[in-house]
Design a protein around this ligand. Structure first.
Ligand SMILES: [Zn+2]
Length: 301
């Protein structure tokens, strides 16, 4: 009998860890979540060890463990992720070896999310996908032919959020926003959920979250309509520079703003204004919901 090839994926976030096991046929066999014990390094490592044991008890011997984590793990296995408490700046690559017996891989969480999208959207062998994450911040990831992740020569390939907003010159200087990275006018400051709220605040003097602003847009409130139309223009122009530079077959959105269904029809209508010829690039919503990161991590094996 052929040995079952079971792969565990762990999506480690600042507040919770999502775990899933997939089969060789890529069926989901097990799912579990727990909070991230990030105050003490030892508690965190024991938690990972217990998750591996739990998964093994539930579904059987694991052949590989994929670990998705925010930030960047350098060549020495040291994590750089400011929101990860006691785990930040630790050599997790080396430490995991003491707690995990199986072969394992560590990857940035946006890259794991992208891998799950490439799988879920059945990206063809010769196709390229860009994943644009529009959440609390703006991030991204590239999937190249054969569903290969491309982090770049310096792990910077998806960091389009910290490039200048193409429409910055249309915004009065008094409304330019200084980004958390220290630069002014970053895409992150306008296209993140936080940035969208800030645009609304600049127009109305009222602080609302993105969901409430969209609800007001759907009820045809003038300010919400103006702000959302600006957001669509800014996003279309920013994605047009991605298309014009790398010309992917499709772009998948992620993060909280990706739940706004109106984006999928309107943004492609605008982005051809900024490209030399109208692209046929698909703009697609994400799939697998909150399990995408864990499924992508499992696919690392
Ligand atoms: Zn920035």
């Amino acid at each position: 009998m052929r040995r079952r090839c079971l792969r565990l994926g762990l999506d480690i976030g600042g507040t919770k860890i999502a775990a899933t096991v997939i089969s060789a046929e890529q069926d989901i066999l097990w799912q579990f979540t727990t909070s991230t014990p990030k105050q003490q390094l030892n508690d965190f490592l024991l938690c990972i060890q217990q998750l591996v044991q739990h998964a093994t008890t539930e579904v059987g011997t694991l052949s590989h463990i994929g670990i998705g984590i925010p930030g960047v793990v350098n060549d020495q296995g040291v994590l750089n992720a400011s929101n990860m408490g006691a785990i930040n700046q630790q050599p997790i690559g080396t430490l995991f070896k003491k707690y995990i017996a199986q072969p394992f891989s560590i990857e940035n969480d946006a890259n794991c999310f992208a891998l799950a999208q490439a799988h879920g959207h059945q990206l063809a062998e010769n196709e390229v996908m860009f994943v644009a994450v529009l959440g609390t911040g703006v991030g991204g990831a590239w999937v190249l032919p054969n569903r290969t992740l491309w982090a770049g020569a310096h792990h910077l390939a998806g960091e389009w959020g910290h490039t200048p907003l193409p429409d910055l010159s249309l915004i009065p200087k008094s409304q330019h926003i200084t980004c958390q990275c220290g630069q002014q006018g970053c895409i992150d400051s306008y296209l993140s959920g936080t940035g969208f709220s800030q645009l609304y605040y600049q127009e109305s003097g009222v602080k609302l979250d993105a969901t409430t602003i969209i609800s007001r847009y759907r009820n045809q409130e003038n300010t919400a309509c103006d702000v959302f139309n600006r957001y669509i223009q800014y996003l279309a122009h920013a994605l047009a520079t991605i298309i014009q530079t790398f010309d992917p077959n499709c772009i998948v959105l992620g993060g909280g703003m990706s739940t706004i269904q109106e984006l999928y029809q309107t943004v492609p209508q605008y982005w051809s204004k900024y490209t030399l010829k109208p692209p046929t690039t698909d703009l697609r919503p994400p799939i697998y919901g909150e399990w995408a990161g864990a499924i992508g991590a499992a696919l690392l094996g």
